[in-house]
Design a binder for this molecule. Structure first.
Ligand code: AMP
Ligand code: MG
Length: 340
């Protein structure tokens, strides 16, 4: 199949929407990462998402809507805290998990009785959903296991020939996926940290929990997708934490190079000049973690392009959006950590 590339004119969005109405899947930009959309009420179309990505069938999809009232087509009831969150954070990088109505195809929810819903804060995404006239089930538009795409090029790198089209709306802004917030338990709980931080949520609805399996890496996470290998570069990635991290990274680099390995270092603008590795990728500025989030997946992809065999990465404070950054980095590194 030839993957058509669309711009963001009204005409091109209408063409992409027509593909969606025909039961095809189309990549599109959101403010977090690029999504791979299909009509959420068309089980056969949704199935094409799983095939194109190679996504495990027990990993549910987030349903993207353009209007608040579309929640009622998907969810049974909206608790007060969830309604407050919609008011405050939509459109935005917050997915809200609610009890699901019967009409939602089972492959969308991976057989769960709950559904994740969000309204993206991206004019092209909203126009596309509107033009399609249906909510779009959309996971990130990468092959399963790869870093999420933050540009249309990334989408094509992974899925060219496997999907009907992609709408090119430039680079995604936030860079990490939405926060997944569950309202089906005793109290609201973050199942996946993301663009809306725990601190921001607590300001609006009070105490918010974090799925204990997330922080510890033990137990079964409530969000099925969280348990899979994800975001990993082809080279072996290690997180280096501690006060002496720069010196440790320098020593590790020298050792690995002596052993004939091509070494990558993931750092930030502040310290990029310090390292003598084969591939040094600065990812945003440490002084502003939102820039690190925005550049993270592109940086990971660059190590693949440069053929790094081993990658040493600096770590970040786990507050604000740093929680989401470190969650992705730990997964990219398969939880390998070196203390310095
Ligand atoms: P992706 O869209 O590829 O970033 O993945 C969507 C994430 O949302 C995965 O981690 C899913 O497991 C999670 N998710 C989607 N729907 C639900 C749901 N109903 N309950 C729990 N987690 C969900
Ligand atoms: Mg994903």
């Amino acid at each position: 199949m030839e993957t058509k590339r669309f711009g963001t004119t009204e005409q091109e969005i209408a063409e992409a929407a027509a593909l969606l109405q025909d039961g095809e899947v189309v990549g599109f930009p959101t403010e977090t990462v690029y999504g791979l959309g299909a009509n959420a009420f068309d089980a056969a179309a949704v199935d094409k998402i799983f095939k194109a990505k190679g996504r495990p069938s027990d990993n549910p999809l987030i349903v993207h809507i353009a209007h608040r009232q579309d929640v009622d087509k998907l969810a049974q009831a909206v608790p007060e805290g969830a309604a407050l969150c919609m008011e405050h954070f939509w459109p935005g990088p917050l997915t809200i998990v609610l009890p699901c109505v019967d009409g939602v195809p089972r492959n969308v929810t991976a057989g769960l009785r709950t559904v994740g819903i969000r309204m993206p804060d991206h004019v092209t995404a909203l126009q596309l959903i509107d033009a399609a006239g249906v909510p779009l089930a959309a996971p990130s538009a990468n092959r399963s296991g790869r870093p999420s795409p933050t540009t249309a090029e990334h989408v094509l790198e992974d899925l060219s020939g496997r999907i009907a089209g992609v709408v090119d709306g430039g680079a995604a802004g936030v860079g990490v996926e939405s926060t997944v917030l569950d309202f089906t338990g005793d109290r609201p709980m973050i199942l996946r940290p993301g663009g809306v931080t725990r601190e921001m949520l607590q300001d609006v609805i009070g105490e918010v929990g974090i799925d204990p399996a997330l922080a510890s890496g033990v137990g079964t996470p409530k969000s099925p997708g969280v348990k899979y290998t994800h975001y990993a570069p082809q080279g072996e990635m290690w997180l280096v934490e501690g006060e002496q991290d720069a010196a440790k990274i320098a020593a590790l680099t020298a050792d690995a190079q002596a052993a004939g390995r091509r070494v990558g270092v993931l750092t930030t603008a502040e310290r990029a000049g310090q390292y003598r590795a084969d591939v040094v990728i600065p990812c945003g500025k440490r002084s502003d973690l939102s820039t690190v989030a925005a550049g993270l997946y592109e940086a990971i992809r660059q190590f693949d392009h440069a053929g790094a065999d081993v990658i040493y990465a600096e770590v970040f404070p786990e507050t604000g959006v740093g929680l989401a950054v470190m969650n992705r980095l730990r997964k990219a590194a398969s939880h390998r950590v070196i203390r310095a």
